[in-house]
Design a protein around this ligand. Structure first.
Ligand SMILES: [Fe+2]
Length: 318
């Protein structure tokens, strides 16, 4: 049995001051906003720029990176729901999309907040105890972002506008976990013997269906990619299910975590690390935790038939 050591923590890049950014006076979903963010990649502080180039080239052992000291603009109260209107400047949104454009191509997903390229993640009373991003009273189980989706993002960006010291974002990298798994389990995880249900937020009342069988691990035997969801994935037979439970148990034991603070931008390679979040207690006082999320694919071409502009519209459920 391999001894379980501490999971490596993501590198933290302390960002120097950013220049003032040419934020267009358009809606965030407007093509001009995304293009301006692309052009603004040349204005990124060089230490940030180079860290992003290196991250996109090859995921580090932790599968994640933290940019610290990122501008977030001036903030109104934390909105009461992800889609509640807020009167806010667009600094954080522009920063997120600029960083996303250095990594790949930012996209939205129609069922997630109508395809917004930047989404507000805030606690809501209605969802406090559900396995969704607006929960607070439960641990959010480890998952690949949109594990069930054929056009799932390669990069997940979580920018903290307001932190909560008790809300720990958890991460577990396949590069760390792989040596802790028995060989037979690894062998099984490389086979297409797993199916994933669709996230509730994509169904809007339609009934759930399991996706086509797929492997959990793919690619290089020593540095594989991983698609895993502790809540939504099942094995198609007993051995596959046991392998999934073994992976789940190791991830539960071997992970790292950080309580994001205002100005922290956590970037996750969604092919390498799964993420989750601890439970925490909102105060419902207008100063609760507020994260903005963006996602990016490496290439827009594969989703061309199921995409309007930057919004992926793949339909799920029966
Ligand atoms: Fe997530």
């Amino acid at each position: 049995m391999t001894t379980i050591t501490e999971h490596v923590t993501p590198a933290v890049i302390e960002s120097p001051a950013w220049p003032s950014l040419p934020i267009p006076d358009t809606a965030i979903g407007d093509e001009r906003f995304g293009r301006a963010a692309g052009h603004a990649t040349q204005l990124l502080p060089s230490v940030v720029h180079d860290a992003l180039v290196d991250f996109a080239d090859a995921a580090p052992q932790s599968g994640a990176l933290v940019l610290r000291g990122v501008p977030v603009g001036s903030l109104p109260h934390t909105p009461e729901s992800p889609t509640a209107p807020t009167v806010k400047d667009h600094v954080s949104e522009f920063v997120l999309l600029t960083v996303a454009r250095r990594l790949g191509q930012p996209v939205g997903y129609q069922p997630e907040h109508g395809g917004d390229l930047v989404q507000n993640l805030v606690p809501t009373k209605a969802n406090a105890h559900r396995q969704v991003s607006t929960s607070s009273g439960v641990d959010l189980m480890f998952h690949t972002e949109a594990a069930f989706h054929p056009h799932r993002p390669k990069f997940l960006l979580l920018l903290c506008l307001r932190g909560d010291a008790n809300a720990v974002t958890t991460l577990s990298s396949i590069f760390e976990v792989l040596p802790l798994l028995p060989e037979r389990v690894v062998e099984t995880l490389f086979q297409p013997r797993f199916r994933t249900a669709v996230d509730e937020s994509y169904l809007h009342g339609r009934s759930n269906v399991l996706g086509a069988p797929m492997p959990v691990l793919s690619g290089d035997r020593d540095r594989p990619t991983m698609v895993f969801d502790a809540d939504l994935m099942v094995g198609i037979d007993e051995e596959a299910d046991a392998a999934l439970r073994a992976l789940s148990a190791v991830v539960e034991q071997h992970h790292t975590g950080l309580a994001l603070e205002a100005g922290d931008l956590l970037i996750v390679d969604n092919d390498v690390a799964v993420h989750g979040r601890s439970s925490y207690t909102p105060r419902w006082d207008g100063f609760d935790r507020w994260i903005q999320r963006s996602m990016a694919v490496t290439d827009l071409a594969p989703s061309a038939g199921e995409r309007n502009g930057r919004v992926i519209v793949t339909h799920f459920g029966a």
